[in-house]
Design a protein around this ligand. Structure first.
Ligand code: URA
Length: 205
């Protein structure tokens, strides 16, 4: 349809993709956002980690996972013994979606159309990087990779085989841990998150 004036994911390198994604108009999220937040990491990383969508700080910095969720992710990676810069880290949706509320910008979840409009970018990133394994943080990323019937809490924390022969695993999103109501639940949730991420270190050897 004509209203989907998508910038086609182009041929060429990951760098070319990143440049083209700056001008993506496949949905309307680009209008109020500061910039496209593309993935970051080695062009041939063995593991690609997929989050949901950039938040306020990511929108301003132009980099994924630099805000509160990113800080928690960094702590979990450190505990799991994984160097963040060995991973390619990206998001299912590459623009911040928000509702202005006075001086703050309240995070809003990207809808199904916005998620679908962004999917070619993630597919192209994975196509260029050719990782051995994919790690999904949160249900949005996991459903994008495994399909809409995926049950995160039942199937998290284990490598599953994708049709293309890659391994993929889902775990919780660090924002979910930040939202847990009490300290004990957060500690337990964090320990489980670290345990899931440790499977990456085992895979990297
Ligand atoms: N949450 C995400 O899913 N991605 C980010 O980049 C930041 C927060």
């Amino acid at each position: 349809p004509l209203q989907k004036a998508a910038v086609e994911a182009p041929e060429g390198s990951l760098t070319a993709l990143r440049q083209h994604a700056r001008d993506c108009r496949a949905c309307d999220l680009w209008k109020p956002a500061t910039q496209t937040v593309f993935g970051e990491g080695p062009a041939h990383a063995r593991v690609v980690v997929i989050g949901e969508q950039p938040g306020d700080q990511e929108d301003l910095a132009g980099k994924p996972f630099v805000g509160p969720a990113g800080k928690l992710f960094d702590r979990a990676l450190a505990e799991a013994g994984i160097a963040r810069d060995s991973l390619y880290i990206t998001n299912a949706v590459k623009h911040f979606k928000f509702e202005p509320r006075g001086k703050v910008r309240l995070h809003k979840r990207a809808n199904a159309e916005e998620q679908a409009a962004c999917r070619p970018w993630l597919a192209a990133e994975i196509d260029r990087i050719r990782p051995d394994a994919i790690v999904c943080m949160g249900a949005m990323a996991a459903r994008g990779v495994f399909g809409s019937s995926f049950r995160l809490m039942a199937e998290r924390g284990q490598w599953l085989d994708l049709p293309d022969g890659r391994k993929a695993m889902a775990t919780v999103h660090p924002s979910y841990l930040l939202r847990l109501p009490d300290h004990e639940a957060r500690e337990a949730g964090f320990a489980d998150f670290v345990r899931d991420l440790s499977l990456i270190r085992e895979m990297l050897g």
